[in-house]
Design a protein around this ligand. Structure first.
Ligand code: PLP
Length: 422
């Protein structure tokens, strides 16, 4: 559930009419709901209780510092995958002991940044990274707490671009080689082994792949302990899917996911970490756009919006579905009209939906893309020199711009002319 509902015929973000934000900020823009972010975070903490746990929000799904502070102030940890994301978490006031560093290509500079600023653990993805981290940590006179990400060779049965737990994927080490790699880690001077990490993919709509993966992690915990490693923390990754359509999707609930965690790894006495991104942020955000034109084409009508693939790339990149709804609630009984919903970018790929039934719309009408909080603004670009889409946060009857739309002046100033052209 989320907090974007029609009230008196007008779409609201919590208690704020979306049209009021549009008038103040201009379109397109993202709007996020504090109440939805908070609720989704608590679904996980409640599902994991009473196990000792830390819910680490996967920043890559939605990384605005105001959103991170909203979650961080509730006690959330953060899962970061770059030095930049690490700095975002710190800027949001999250202490290092609640930040975990994931990612397959951490540089030595990023390692140094996190070691000096404080870090809960690194989730190490391979032996070359392990050796580099040991060197960097030892050079700073420290030891780096680590888990090693194992690849359990489980089919997450999700979109191929976001499945990460099969042996052909670039992530982690094959679980069969774990004993050897943990032995090497334990012998390195700058490394302290504290646990195991696994993340098998994103937008999983069934629990079964998690179950397979976590059972393998439970076996591995016992084996590594018998080999002398003090495995005391399990990072079980993110990946729980969300419903992108109102009607016919029912992905598993966090409570069922929590019960699965307790059933598979709950008796090991480990502290549990999870790294949900999409389930916390996805349905906490809308992308709001205006209709520029309604154009009648060959056997089809185009709804040309002022939002485009550079603002929300998921439909063109993954073929993803987002519900598109009018900001003014259609009168009861209004027959929907099929539209090809497109943006102004000069690519046919700039198509949000084909033949999508939406209530009849006219120039200037506002529409909202649902479920746009995750992998929306963070993947936006300025392709076609379209200013980076602004972000707004709502709390009750208040709203604030949390990232302003850059002016064309600011955009043009970033380019510089080399001396030979002056
Ligand atoms: C992307 C990612 C996540 C978050 O995935 P969601 O599907 O958004 O929950 C968590 N951990 C790691 C390592 C990731 O790469």
């Amino acid at each position: 559930m989320d907090h974007f509902l029609y009230r008196n015929g007008a779409l609201h973000a919590e208690d704020v009419p979306v049209a009021v934000i549009a008038a103040a900020v201009g379109t397109p823009f993202y709007v996020y709901s504090t109440a939805t972010l908070t609720r989704h975070y608590h679904l996980f903490t409640e599902a994991l209780a009473p196990l000792p746990n830390l819910v680490c929000f996967a920043i890559k799904s939605l990384s605005n510092v105001a959103v991170l502070k909203t979650l961080g102030d509730l006690g959330a940890g953060m899962d970061v995958v770059s030095g930049g994301e690490y700095l975002r978490a710190k800027a949001a006031g999250v202490p290092g002991e609640r930040i975990v560093f994931s990612g397959v290509g951490k540089t030595r500079e990023e390692m140094r940044l996190a070691l000096e600023g404080g870090i809960r653990q690194f989730n190490v993805e391979g032996e070359p990274e392990l050796r580099a981290l040991s060197e960097v940590a030892a050079g700073l006179g420290r030891t780096a707490p680590i888990t090693i990400r194992v690849n359990p060779d489980v089919d997450a049965r999700t979109h191929e671009k976001i499945a990460t737990g099969k042996k052909e994927n670039k992530f982690g080490i094959p679980i069969e080689r774990a004993s050897a790699v943990y032995a090497e880690a334990a012998a390195l001077p700058g490394i302290e082994v504290i646990g195991i990490d696994v993340h098998i993919g994103s937008q999983l709509t069934e629990l079964e792949p998690f179950e397979q993966a976590y059972l393998k992690v439970a076996d591995l915990t016992r084996r590594l302990r018998s080999e002398g490693h003090d495995i005391r923390r399990l990072d079980l990754g993110g990946g729980l899917g969300i419903p992108y359509t109102r009607s016919n999707e029912a992905p598993p609930l966090p409570t069922d996911y929590g019960a699965l965690i307790k059933r598979t790894v709950g008796d090991l006495g480990c502290e549990i970490e999870i790294e949900p991104g999409r389930l916390i942020s996805g349905n906490a955000g809308l992308l709001v756009a205006s209709v520029i034109y309604v154009k009648n084409g060959e056997g089809r009508d185009f709804l040309i919006l002022d939002a485009a693939m550079n603002d929300l790339v998921r439909p063109s990149m993954y073929g993803a579905h987002h519900d598109i709804i009018p900001v003014i609630e259609p009168a009861p009984g209004t027959a929907p009209h099929p539209y090809d919903v497109v943006g102004p970018v000069c690519e046919t790929g700039d198509t949000f939906a084909k033949g999508r039934p939406v209530a009849p719309l006219r120039e200037g009408d506002l529409v909202a893309f649902r479920s746009a909080g995750a992998y929306g603004a963070v993947m936006a670009s300025e392709y076609n020199t379209r200013p980076l889409v602004p972000e707004v946060l709502v709390k009750g009857d208040q709203f604030a711009v949390i990232r302003a739309r850059p002016s064309f002046d600011e955009i043009l100033k970033r380019d510089t002319i080399p001396s030979w052209l002056e």
